[in-house]
Ligand binder design. Sequence first.
Ligand SMILES: [Zn+2]
Length: 303
Amino acid sequence: MVDVQFCGQSRLIACAVLETSRGITLIDPGPSSTLHTLEQALNAHGGLAAVQNVVLTHIHLDHAGCTGRLAAALPDLDIYVHPVGVRHLVRPDRLIRSARRIYGERMDSLWGEILPIPEHQVHAVEDGGILDIGGRKLRSCYTPGHASHHIAWLEDETEIAYTGDAAGMRIEGADYIIPVAPPPDIDLVLWEQSLTRLEEEAPRTLFLTHFGMVNNSRGHLSEMRGRLRTWADAVRCSLRDSPESDAVRADAFHAAEMNQMYTLVEECFQDPYRYMGQPRESWYGLARYWRKKDKAEEQLREA
Ligand SMILES: [Zn+2]
């Protein structure tokens, strides 16, 4: 595990480094802005040149942002992603535009340069597809909900599941799980099904991008399901009951969740929760889901 030190902070984004008989495989190499940290960490394992494969859980910039720069530096690099992710890696302009809308002036300093990837370097992986890389096997497990194109990668031999954002965020050492639910893809039904899939796979260990290893995977997944429901219900209530603007509702949700975090999380673990997985952003993701659902039901009634 490499802590890529996002924004100079530790325990925000973890990249998994797998040593194989055919060089290094990275799972979710992280943003472009932290590529130098990753590169330094890889020096002990043969350097950047030893990286042969990049395996992505999904294409969000905090997980996959530096993949284009890696592909430019390593023309033989192979990249594996959900079929829906392929076109965004090959032509990232839409991804960049929508991120720029959200992050504005902070876009470049937060995420760094996002480069398009030559099509021949990107490989779409089906559900259940197995990558056999230098003696290590990774099995794809479609886990939509956080993103429609999310894959959790299972390594049966080590019984580790690399869950990206599907199993939420929990800072290693802290006993506090939150869903990360930003717009635009959030789907609660699919997300719960994905949690069930992960429970059925029953891996021994979860590797969370945000952040680190979880040994009690069963307990973690069940708690994550509960937290997702609580958050979804709270957002639903705020949409029904409060006459305020979205900004005010999101702020109120954010403040309440952060207060809870401050009471439940030891001070030395609070910083990562302040910087990552912002409840405010998740309010917007969940609100979008509920509104889409309400609209669809309304249309059905009218039809
Ligand atoms: Zn993430």
